[in-house]
Design a protein. Sequence first.
Length: 83
Amino acid sequence: MSRRHEATRYNEQNCAPQDTKCNTFNQGEQFKFGVYIDNRYGAGTAEKLEILSKVSCKRSWFDYKQISDELFEKLKQNKFETR
């Protein structure tokens, strides 16, 4: 889902690298990216992310700080999933 959707913006299943052509000029190739997400995390994951993206989400400064701390800790421990 596009990063403009706050509810899925920091979801790790909604994050993967893309080249400039796909990400910028082809609006993220969202269908192909959805197929990739389903292959990587299991069938139906892309649809769940789409549903989640429509949920209203208003975060406070504290929420962003917590997200930042969790991601920084994973980075320090190298606990991000790899392909």
